[in-house]
Ligand binder design. Structure first.
Ligand code: ZN
Length: 293
């Protein structure tokens, strides 16, 4: 009897452990002025539903309020600007629909995480490596794009130099462009972080495109806008760049410089999972608008 009681007790404790987190995760009611992770979630869902709330910063300010109200009225809810259970449910449904509709179906996108392996890229004064940030952001971009039905080609999946394990090892830059070209990607997006040791106060986003390619320029402008807007980083410029990966790919190509490894503010943000996610979402919004989807 005692053993049965004890066993029942263990089962109850296990059940409680399983159930408590679920109850704790129940979506909270959010109002203007609120801050925190739940607000980030709300903002990310608004972005994905097509109602961008400005920077995804975890602050329920006027722009989040405006985006939420317009979502609510579009979906037949009371546009009270308060995110309660009905609004959360409507957001979930809206995202399910946009996932199913496959807005990027039939499109192949080459994503190029800068550097890797022996090449760390820029190293921050605090020891952070550019190659780590570029990979984390790129993998997030891939996840979103695949959700929209796109076919995604990655030039690297981990911390290695593309081409090193080929039958005949090739230069990493050649490997990157070969992967994009041989898969007939529709666009090529290279992800980097900038560095400017001369002036550590320089912070922001830049986009480079292939010289003389109007389509590449259009792609760069489409990506730079949402990335800067959603991340809150300043857009420093959209310009031609003399980079190998831009000049040797056959499709519209852009190289994004997301923040500066030499700037404490940018690096602090780049370390955060949620911020990497915001950058990825900015790139995805830009790709959607480039393809008019
Ligand atoms: Zn780089």
């Amino acid at each position: 009897m005692y053993r049965i009681l004890r066993r029942t007790g263990i089962v109850l404790v296990v059940l409680a452990l399983i159930l408590i987190p679920i109850r704790g995760d129940a979506a909270p009611i959010l109002r203007p002025g609120d801050t925190g992770q739940a607000v980030v979630t709300l903002q990310q869902m608004l972005v994905q539903a097509g109602f961008p709330p400005g920077p995804v910063d975890g602050y329920f300010g006027p722009r989040t309020l405006a985006a939420l109200k317009s979502f609510q009225s579009t979906y037949g809810l009371v546009a009270d600007g308060i995110c309660g259970p009905l609004t959360w449910a409507a957001l979930e449904r809206a995202l399910e629909v946009s996932r199913d509709s496959g807005r990027l179906r039939g499109i192949t996108i080459a994503l190029d995480a800068g550097h890797g392996g022996k090449e760390p890229g820029a190293i921050s004064p605090w020891g952070d490596k550019e190659k780590d940030f570029t990979l984390l952001i790129t993998l997030k971009v891939r996840d979103y794009l695949e959700r929209y039905g796109a076919k995604v080609i990655l030039t690297r999946y981990g911390d290695y130099s593309p081409g090193w394990d080929w039958w005949q090892p090739v230069d990493e830059l050649l490997a990157r462009v070969s992967l994009a070209n041989s898969n007939a990607a529709d666009i090529f997006v290279s992800v980097h972080c900038n560095a400017y040791p001369k002036d550590p106060t320089v912070s922001g986003v830049m986009a480079f495109y292939r010289a003389g390619s109007g389509e590449s320029a259009r792609l760069a402008w489409n990506l730079a806008g949402p990335v800067a807007r959603m991340s809150g980083l300043e857009l420093l410029g959209v310009q031609e760049g003399p980079y190998y990966v831009l000049n040797h790919t056959y499709m519209p190509a852009v190289l994004m410089e997301l923040g500066f490894m030499t700037n404490w503010h940018d690096v602090t943000l780049l370390r955060q999972n949620w911020f990497q996610d915001v950058l990825a979402q900015g790139i995805v919004q830009g790709i959607l608008s480039y393809f008019g989807r």
